[in-house]
Design a protein around this ligand. Sequence first.
Ligand SMILES: Cc1cc2nc3c(=O)[nH]c(=O)nc-3n(C[C@H](O)[C@H](O)[C@H](O)COP(=O)(O)OP(=O)(O)OC[C@H]3O[C@@H](n4cnc5c(N)ncnc54)[C@H](O)[C@@H]3O)c2cc1C
Ligand code: SF4
Length: 351
Amino acid sequence: MKQFDYVRPATVAEAVAAAAQPGAVYLAAGTNLLDLMKGGASRPDRLVDLTHLDGLDGIETLADGSVRIGALVSNADLAHDAEFAKSYPAVAEALLSGASAQLRNAATVGGNLLQRTRCAYFYDTASRCNKRETGSGCDARGGENRTHAVLGWSESCIATHPSDFCVPLVALDAVVEIEGKSGRREIALDDLHRLPGDTPGRESALEAGDLVVAVRLPPAASGFAAHARYLKVRERTSYAFAVAAAAAALRIENGKISEARLALGGVAAKPWRARAAEDVLRGAAPTADAFQEAAWRALTDAKPSGDNAFKIELARRIVVRALTLAAAGTPARLPALPASPFASTSGAIHA
Ligand SMILES: Cc1cc2nc3c(=O)[nH]c(=O)nc-3n(C[C@H](O)[C@H](O)[C@H](O)COP(=O)(O)OP(=O)(O)OC[C@H]3O[C@@H](n4cnc5c(N)ncnc54)[C@H](O)[C@@H]3O)c2cc1C
Ligand code: SF4
């Protein structure tokens, strides 16, 4: 492993100052970053350890009813916070479907948002990868690419973003609070992750030294609690990244969908908000026909980037099924194996 500096600041201001030098990166629980460093895919000059910062590990309800989650809250602590899970069940379900219990105990909110792609060629330094080294090529094109993107990909890069957590967050209009060298600012989560274009190495809207300090869900997000689900299809239920996933959140009044939120995971370089599908659902009755129409709309622009045409049909079915489960009502208790279609007690496995 390449030699690097290690600093452990005590305040956010010290952390941002310590990360100002080129080649510095933040270290949270390290469950992603350290793996990348060990394999040589990430070669930072300095690690700025966030774990001793005060004030970033709280979950608080603000005066306007929004909830603010500190960047150092662990994925497990957030998912198991009873108030949080009651108000944002699809977010809790997504968190519990991610990784293993041990990893969730360590992994942080900020690290989950900013974890890197799981494209195997990105991890393998013997492979060509435009994300690791601009202009070097992409061995995933023409390689093992059945889990790669079907939406928003470019000729430069076909990798997907691996986070489960981000999918319901983007559906619920989450906002990210950032501290940088010019002070505090915030951006919509939908604007945090970038599509690859010609510069797949630039994965987010963050500038050098920007620290994510919190994620906020707006007051309206809890209005979907009665009809919200996260559905993830993966190759093994114990733990695995999503082949495709969907977060569906509905408000149903007088037999009609008054408001709908839908986002897909595992299909693009960012959590994919399906706004055109939401438009189909708004005002419609919660019927199989409406859900099918929404699913077609959500995948209209999808195209295979390799051996992954199956993902388009899979994603359509997941959308229909997530909407069907959401319309049926959020269960009082999350399924024993969260987000597994095989753990569900209602509906057929294939929509
Ligand atoms: C075997 C395995 C299975 C997994 N399965 C899943 C899965 O199914 N679903 C899923 O969603 N995830 C999965 N993960 C990924 C896991 O959730 C991430 O590794 C974890 O969320 C990263 O959090 P961390 O705190 O360890 O981040 P780190 O590894 O410390 O950091 C990750 C990245 O985020 C940056 N960073 C961290 N915090 C901040 C901050 N506050 N501000 C700015 N930058 C920051 C770091 O610089 C680094 O680039 C899996 C991981 C493993 C190892
Ligand atoms: S898909 Fe993207 S991350 Fe994977 S090898 Fe190609 S350029 Fe690299």
